[in-house]
Structures are given as structure tokens and as C-alpha cells.
Design a protein around this ligand. Structure first.
Ligand code: C5P
Length: 253
């Protein structure tokens, strides 16, 4: 089974407060999106990547990702739409173009069913561009779990903080038992058939892909997550990523 990674990268990144869309903000001198894609490819278990970026950033993303087995498509107004556009592009349905050494290969809707179009039984990973430091080993572990027969797999971490339920006025209504809670990361892995069913039934409000599978009543399995797979959301997260890269030899440009 071939493995295709879908990377939603079409968010504006308002909470980051940067001049650029979040995926294009550099961390350690390299755009967040490029780090996320290279991390996936470095795992050695990903055959192709489809990236969804803001419509006005498609050409910029193609240049940044030149030379990699990557297709770039325009994202949508929410994350679910962006992933859906990328899923369509895997089959050539949305006219995405593949990047070859900086040139567009011209795989339009009509001719994208080429030799490397994966079969319907492939594995799909969905990975937030906003997690540029997710270790390649995490990607490999998720793919291994899907290959072992799990149709939906998510990396999770236990919660360190106590969790309270709070109303709109800031009043606490209870303490949640954190021992049964997990924070969920990406990459999340799925068999293509299950993810297609989940997206066919999807509403607009899902914050992750496994949630759509859960809504079908299908099981979702977990593997241990990794602290480095944190999501860059705020300026503090960006600073943390910069600090982590600064202490890793050869991690910059
Ligand atoms: O906003 P948040 O950080 O939760 O977004 C998670 C991921 O979804 C990010 O990588 C972001 O670029 C992506 N996204 C997207 N299309 C949108 C909104 C978010 O691809 N319309």
C-alpha cells in the first residue's frame, strides 16, 4: 500500500500575528511548511505529499517545495475543506500540479491518472503544516500501526495540567478526570476508504480528521505522541520551535 500525506496549510495564522500566512513563516530560517513536508519525507515511509495552501500562495508553495514529490492545491475556508481539496487532488480530480525541480509538470484534472496515482487501497496521513518539528519516527509509527490493520490511528499525549470545565463567565463548574483524557496530534493515519467515508459525511466544524471517523461510529486507535509534534499557534510556540532548532546541529538552513 502506498502512503500519501495530506498537509493542510491554508490557515491564516491569525493567532501567530505574523505578516505571512502561518505555513510560510520561517522557523530556524526555513518556512514551517517546508519543515513539515521534509519531516514527512524524511520518515522514509511517505511516497507523496499533497499540500493545501491559501489560493494566493499556490505558486509560492510550488517554488518552496520544488524537487520534492509534492502536489500543491488551493485550500478551502476551513481545515475540513482544505483536506477535502487535497484528497480530491490525489485522484487528479481538482487539477493540482506536481512539482518537479521547480517546474510544473502540468498534471491537470484530465491527465493526472498517471503511473504514480495511488490505488484506492492506499494509506493517507493527514498532518498539520503547523507541526513543523514532528519527528519522522512518529510518522513511521503511525504508518506501521495502519499497516498492522488499524484503519484510523492518532498520536496522543497524556495531559500534564489539571483540566476544569468553565462557563462563559469564567466560573468553574467541575474538574475533569484527566487520566482518561489525551491531547491529540498529527500525523493521523487512515485507510483511504475509511477517510473518504468520513469526509463524505463531514460537517464543517471538525478540528481533526479522526473526529470525523468517530462520528461514523468506527474505532480510532492511538500510538504514543511526541512532545516535538506540538502545534505552532502563538508567538510563544514559534519561539519554542526556534529554541529547539537552535540546539540541534544542522537543523537550520
Ligand atoms: O488553525 P489551526 O492551527 O488549528 O489549523 C490546523 C492546520 O489546518 C494548520 O496547518 C492550518 O494551516 C490548516 N488549515 C487549513 N485550511 C484552513 C484552516 C486551517 O489548511 N482554512
Amino acid at each position: 500500500m502506498s502512503v500519501v500525506a495530506v498537509v493542510p496549510a491554508a490557515g491564516s495564522g491569525q493567532r501567530l500575528g505574523a505578516a505571512l500566512p502561518k505555513a510560510f513563516v520561517p522557523v530556524g530560517g526555513v518556512p514551517i511548511l517546508v519543515r513539515a513536508v521534509d519531516g514527512l519525507l524524511c520518515s522514509g515511509v511517505v511516497d507523496r505529499v499533497v499540500v493545501a495552501v491559501p489560493a494566493d500562495q499556490v505558486d509560492a508553495a510550488r517554488s518552496l517545495l520544488a524537487g520534492r514529490p509534492v502536489m500543491v492545491v488551493a485550500g478551502g475556508s476551513d481545515r475540513t475543506d482544505s483536506v477535502r481539496n487535497a484528497l480530491h487532488a490525489i485522484d487528479g480530480a481538482s487539477g493540482g500540479e506536481r512539482v518537479h525541480g521547480g517546474e510544473r509538470a502540468g498534471t491537470h484534472a484530465g491527465d493526472a491518472h498517471t503511473d504514480d496515482t495511488p490505488g484506492a487501497d492506499h494509506i493517507v496521513l493527514v498532518h498539520d503544516a503547523a507541526r513543523p518539528l514532528a519527528p519522522p519516527e512518529l510518522t513511521a509509527a503511525v504508518v506501521a500501526a495502519v499497516r498492522s490493520g488499524r484503519h484510523a490511528v492518532v498520536p496522543v499525549l497524556p495531559l500534564a495540567d489539571t483540566v476544569k470545565q468553565v462557563d462563559g463567565a469564567g466560573r468553574v463548574h467541575g474538574t475533569v478526570d484527566r487520566s482518561v483524557l489525551r491531547a491529540v496530534q498529527t500525523p493521523q493515519g487512515f485507510t483511504r476508504a475509511l477517510l473518504d467515508r468520513a469526509y463524505a459525511a463531514a460537517g464543517p466544524t471538525a478540528t481533526d480528521d479522526a473526529g470525523l471517523v468517530e462520528a461514523l461510529g468506527e474505532p480510532v486507535h492511538t500510538v504514543p505522541g511526541h512532545a516535538s509534534a506540538f502545534k505552532v499557534t502563538t508567538p510563544w510556540d514559534l519561539e519554542l520551535a526556534e529554541m529547539l532548532l537552535a540546539r540541534t546541529p544542522g537543523a537550520g538552513t
